[in-house]
Write a protein that binds this ligand. Structure first.
Ligand SMILES: [Zn+2]
Ligand SMILES: [Zn+2]
Length: 139
């Protein structure tokens, strides 16, 4: 994958790419944790730089829902959407509502060549929308 976009294959790049692949929607700190498990000591700055390079090259997609830190995923170019829990912040993927990326066909394009539509659904995840039993000490 790295060779395909003319990026030099380095150990940090491979490690970051596989970390994001295995942990979709991970934030930078969790990615740093996974990469360090893999490679040992790697600086924050090195991981930030790799994340930026891979995102610019189109191998990673960066999303940042309101109120969240930046998160990364390896599922790119399909313009899928995200659903975010207002309560705990968990994120899930949502395919386009109809067919293949129809959301890129805006009703009025104003002459723009559109390559991305950012749709975020907000709500409560199953864990947060299920009423929790009252803890015993509160009874
Ligand atoms: Zn939740
Ligand atoms: Zn996603």
């Amino acid at each position: 994958m790295l060779r395909g976009v003319a990026l030099r294959v380095t150990r940090p790049r491979v490690a970051v790419l596989s970390a994001v692949h295995n942990h979709p929607h991970a934030d930078t700190d969790s990615i740093i944790g996974v990469v360090r498990n893999d490679l040992g000591e790697v600086s924050h700055q090195a991981v930030y730089d790799v994340l930026r390079a891979l995102t610019t090259a189109g191998l990673l997609r960066r999303i940042q829902p309101l109120g969240s830190v930046a998160r990364y995923e390896a599922r790119v170019r399909d313009n899928h959407h995200h659903i975010v829990c207002r309560s705990c912040g968990v994120i899930a993927d949502v395919d386009c509502a109809v067919g293949t990326a129809p959301c890129l066909t805006a009703s009025v394009d104003h002459g723009f060549v559109i390559d991305e539509a950012e749709v975020i659904y907000w709500g409560l995840c199953p864990d947060c929308s299920t009423p929790q039993p009252v803890p015993e000490y509160m009874l």
